[in-house]
Design a binder for this molecule. Structure first.
Ligand code: URA
Ligand code: SF4
Length: 188
């Protein structure tokens, strides 16, 4: 556990705790407002993210940015990170040992950001953060509260590229998030 960003990021940048270090170009640590009330958690870097060292800059990220624009969410005002920080080869899902090794960083990021709401993008994020018993089809679009944080599971933006109908759900779920943020801000 680090209580400052510099040490945490430096540690992650040189990390070799799982085998994914061998094939990465860049460690994709996370991006955005380090004091954000709203955080997004994806699965792991793809080819574009691995090249650029920033999460969600490829096709899925562009789609997410478009949804952000539609809903008035500013990318620079939220914090965005992934379950694993190095790219799984050929975009396979992270394996259990990889996610387990990497999750310490993400937990530390959540502790430092102190978000009120976390959007879980897809099944890998959902299962690793809230537990294997959760399924994305049944859980998406519904609030789950745990230890003072509100979680909203939704489809991974890459899933929207494969199935257009999921875009409607995605926007609907993020609308709930925007409304949730407003309600929380009115309370304080
Ligand atoms: N998909 C993810 O889960 N994360 C990224 O950063 C990019 C694509
Ligand atoms: Fe370390 Fe995570 Fe990269 Fe594995 S994926 S080498 S645990 S930073």
């Amino acid at each position: 556990m680090y209580d400052n960003w510099e040490e945490l990021e430096a540690e992650a940048k040189k990390c070799r705790k799982c085998k994914l270090w061998q094939t990465r170009t860049n460690v994709v640590f996370g991006v955005g407002n380090k004091n954000a009330d709203l955080m997004f958690i994806g699965e792991g870097p793809g080819a574009d993210e691995d090249m650029q060292g920033e999460p969600f800059v490829g096709k899925a990220g562009k789609l997410m940015n478009m949804a952000f624009e539609t809903l008035g969410i500013k990318r620079e005002e939220v914090y965005i990170a992934n379950i694993v920080k190095c790219r799984p080869p050929s975009n396979r899902n992270p394996e259990e040992d990889e996610a387990t090794a990497c999750l310490d960083y993400l937990r530390n990021q959540v502790i430092l950001v102190k978000p009120k709401i976390i959007v879980l993008l897809g099944s890998v994020a959902l299962k690793n953060i809230l537990g294997k018993e959760y399924g994305i089809t049944a859980s998406r679009g519904k609030w789950i509260e745990k230890k003072g944080i509100l979680y909203m599971p939704t489809w991974h933006p890459a899933a929207l590229l494969r199935d257009e109908t999921k875009k409607i759900d995605f926007i609907k779920d993020l609308k709930l998030v925007v409304e949730g943020m407003k309600t929380l801000n009115n309370k304080n």
